[in-house]
Design a protein around this ligand. Structure first.
Ligand SMILES: [Fe+2]
Length: 515
């Protein structure tokens, strides 16, 4: 047992006890505990410690403020922050304030040992050079140490940023292997996921993509211990069954406490061994990629539920009012025609596809007697119908997505001269996509049989749109619509397919990630 103590500052008794037990058992250091930042400062003033672990969220004095005060009192005392999850921004902020490292819960004995060994050897290095009287040499050593630390942090930061850009697990596997190969300078790298009793290699460099058995292999050790394992030369390479010539490093991907995959690295260029810093870096990379996998899975499930809900809403409208459903399908087709003529991008077309389908969703909140009334509506009934844009907006708003589609839902009855509803917007104040839908909405109403009148012909409807250009409608969009021939039935059918939603989900995911 060593003599110098390690201080643990945390307001949770269970965390203090667990960490204390792990540090003493794994590293042989006695520990001392403080219940919050102020208690910790008091202990540091009256005792000597090798290093300090501190929680972030604590009453009286939080982890970052505690860290700042410690650094003012004892600049050379290493402080490690305890965080609930892997957060690179918080880690960078803490490093700027002088933290030496950070650990995430749940704690792993091997990870703790690596961090403690690394920090104490750095501390020893600093005290050795402090005794050195050659100032130039001291500066050189300090600079090289600092450069190494900056390189590690920036490498992890850029790797993390690269993974943030990925929304598909297949791409995530490829990118993780690619980053690992570059970062650790290995000739062989693979990523596999656990499939019953096997590891299915999803992406690999320098080895084959295939099913590998878990039982009796290095993978079995990683799955059982839920932590990394470095197999020494002589053990069996799970990729080819031959004895290893160089260390084989396997790191688990953990989701919800379960190992779901393994990242493996071997054959380092120059036959070097994996250093402590590289082990920590690899574990941080695996943790980041694991979180990303979890996020992707969560988004898949959220969006598929969302799309099911929207499909159900559209179906409900269709059952209740067949006209509204068919009308919505035709609206999308006509609006896409305008978008094509006006050379709009795919992003606008996607908004039209969903927003057009849902533009009258607020009619769910209008009573049957009004919505399905076969004769002309009185003033009260018209007022009820006029509520549907706001009702529709209120239905979609709580979903937290489709902000642009909601503009169509809310504003498709605004008039170009400001006399429409619900907000009385005029000209450029009315969102462009809502101005498109307003025109095709009226065109479809005019060219469809209604219980109280017969459909008008295409030419008559177009003449009416042109008459109202500049008052009810945007003249430029009317011009674009009128320059097109009447839409054929086959063109109409092409646009009424709901399969576009898959593509749409992907775009929405990218946007919500970037927010
Ligand atoms: Fe409407």
């Amino acid at each position: 047992m060593k003599t110098q103590k390690i201080l643990i500052v945390d307001d949770e008794l269970s965390v203090r006890e667990l960490l204390s037990e792990m540090i003493t058992y794994t590293c042989g250091y006695p520990t001392d505990c403080a219940v919050d930042g102020l208690d910790g400062l008091d202990k540091i003033q009256h005792n000597e410690y090798e290093l300090v672990f501190t929680d972030m969220k604590m009453p009286r004095l939080n982890g970052l403020d505690f860290l700042k005060k410690v650094k003012m009192q004892k600049p050379y005392l290493p402080v490690v922050l305890i965080t609930a999850y892997s957060n690179i921004d918080l880690a960078v902020k803490a490093m700027k304030e002088g933290a030496s490292d950070f650990v995430t819960k749940p704690f792993k004995p091997q990870e703790l040992k690596l961090i403690i060994d690394k920090l104490l050897s750095e501390k020893m290095f600093l005290s050795e050079i402090a005794e050195d009287c050659d100032c130039n040499m001291v500066m050189e050593k300090l600079n090289s140490n600092l450069y190494q630390k900056l390189r590690e942090i920036s490498t992890l930061y850029f790797a993390s940023a690269e993974l943030d850009e990925i929304f598909d697990n297949k791409e995530l596997f490829e990118k993780t292997v690619d980053i690992a190969e570059r970062l650790f300078k290995v000739k062989e790298a693979s990523f596999g996921i656990v499939q019953d009793t096997n590891i299915e290699i999803k992406n690999a460099v320098g080895c084959e993509k295939k099913m590998l058995p878990i039982k009796g292999t290095i993978f079995e050790k990683v799955l059982r211990t839920k932590t990394y394992y470095i197999a020494p030369p002589g053990e069996i390479n799970p990729h080819n069954g031959a004895p290893l010539n160089s260390p084989f490093f396997s790191i688990p991907f953990i989701l919800n406490g379960k190992v779901v995959g393994v990242l493996s690295l071997s054959k380092k260029i120059n036959d070097m061994e994996f250093g402590d810093n590289e082990i920590l870096l690899a574990m941080a990379l695996a943790k980041k990629a694991g979180l990303k996998m979890e996020n992707n899975a969560l988004y898949e499930s959220i969006f598929s539920n969302l799309m099911n809900t929207l499909n159900s809403l559209i179906t409900v409208i269709g059952i209740r009012d067949f006209y509204t459903k068919q009308h919505s399908e035709r609206i999308v087709a006509y609006a896409l025609g305008i978008a094509e003529t006006m050379q709009c991008g795919e992003d606008i077309k996607d908004i039209i596809r969903v927003g057009g389908f849902l533009h009258d969703i607020g009619k769910i909140g209008v009573s049957d007697t009004v919505l399905l009334k076969p004769t002309r509506l009185n003033d009260d009934e018209i007022a009820q119908i006029r509520m549907h844009p706001v009702l529709g907006d209120n239905i979609i708003k709580p979903l937290g997505y489709f902000p642009k589609e909601r503009l169509i839902i809310r504003h498709h009855h605004e008039n170009y001269n400001g006399t429409g509803y619900p907000d009385g917007l005029a000209a450029g104040e009315i969102p462009f996509i809502a101005r498109i839908v307003s025109i095709v909405d009226t065109y479809d109403a005019m060219t469809t049989d209604r219980p109280y009148r017969k459909a008008l012909g295409h030419d008559v409807a177009v003449a009416e749109l042109q008459r109202c250009a500049g008052t009810q409608f945007d003249p430029e969009i009317v011009k674009a619509f009128c320059s097109r021939p009447p839409m054929s039935k086959s063109d109409m059918k092409k646009h009424s397919d709901l399969n576009y939603l898959g593509h749409y989900i992907q775009r929405e995911k990218v946007e919500s990630y970037n927010q």
